[in-house]
Design a protein around this ligand. Structure first.
Ligand SMILES: [Zn+2]
Length: 319
């Protein structure tokens, strides 16, 4: 399977770059992407406010002019993916006063008032969550989903849009590039699971509380499958390359999602304990699904995934 997954920091394919944000000082945890047209740069996700420096370093190392960054684009409002949006915007503003955060009204509202989200996140991740600070309204360019957007430097036959993909959270979108009718890149964000393996096309879910809904997640996943992307980006982590591989990994996540929901329901009904479900899953299922050196860290994520699933099933109340 080597070659199916691209997890380096660097050029993925023409006009598309991947950045390992080195989140919490760890490799292969969180990704951002850069799309480059003939006239501008689009930054897709930023990581936390502490991760912005990794992005800026990448831009500088490529010799790109920060004044060419026209848009900063979130997949969704969560701190680990766009907690640093405000900080990058402020940095780029000095070079290009017209830089905008290109997003929907719903995501903007979450970003402008992230205090409850940060409070919840700090309970699990402590100070690693960074800061999320509101920006002046003119920092945002509010757009509709599922419609081609006006991006400087797109060639004839190219279009860029934000595909609405709720489920992980209600405001989730997949930034997507089309070329001559082909979907050449879909940043699936957290709408098609996570990939914590560097060689095998095996996924985990993204059923975080309190917003996850299985029904919407599955509908969004079907929508992504129907796009038949040639390359699929993941928030966690990297890019799956080639239509065949992408089809395979999306289908794997569809099956995993159904399996995981049934597993959590069955095991929770047996034991009544989140901890027991997590420990059983971590021992039986998780090892084959990751080759991260610190696989133990996935246990914290698993607690959230199990909890979110139980909230959606009506078996637990959101905390
Ligand atoms: Zn998220």
């Amino acid at each position: 399977m080597t070659g199916a997954i691209f997890g380096e920091t660097g050029k993925v394919t023409e006009g598309l770059y991947h950045v390992d944000l080195n989140q919490y000082g760890m490799k292969r945890l969180c990704s951002a992407f850069v799309l480059k047209t003939s006239k501008c740069l689009l930054i897709l996700d930023t990581g936390t406010s502490d991760d912005v420096r990794a992005l800026v370093r990448f831009i500088k190392r490529n010799g790109w002019d920060p004044a060419n960054i026209t848009f900063i684009v979130p997949t969704h409002f969560h701190f680990d993916h766009f907690g640093g949006g405000w900080k990058l915007w402020k940095k780029i503003m000095k070079f290009n006063p017209s830089v905008k955060i290109l997003t929907t009204r719903e995501t903007m509202e979450h970003l402008q008032d992230a205090s409850l989200h940060l409070k919840r996140a700090r309970r699990t991740f402590g100070d690693f969550v960074g800061e999320m600070i509101p920006l002046p309204e003119n920092a945002y360019e509010i757009v509709e989903t599922d419609t081609p957007l006006d991006i400087p430097g797109l060639e004839d036959g190219e279009s860029f849009s934000l595909v609405s993909t709720p489920g992980h959270v209600p405001d989730h979108v997949c930034p997507t590039m089309n070329r001559n009718g082909e979907n050449v890149f879909c940043f699936t964000g957290e709408a098609a699971g996570t990939l914590f393996h560097s060689r095998k096309l095996v996924t985990f879910g993204t059923s975080m509380p309190p917003d996850f809904t299985f029904k919407e997640y599955m509908e969004s996943l079907e929508k992504i499958i129907a796009l038949e992307p040639t390359n699929a980006g993941y928030c966690h982590f990297g890019t799956v390359m080639g239509k065949e591989n992408v089809t395979k990994v999306l289908e794997e996540n569809r099956q995993f999602s159904i399996f995981f929901k049934d597993y959590v329901k069955r095991e929770f009904e047996k034991s009544g304990s989140v901890r027991t479900v997590v420990e059983k899953f971590a021992a039986e299922e998780a090892p084959g699904r990751t080759d991260l050196p610190r696989a133990d860290l996935l246990v914290n994520i698993l607690v959230a995934l199990v909890y979110g699933q139980l909230v959606d099933l009506g078996l637990k109340q959101p905390k």
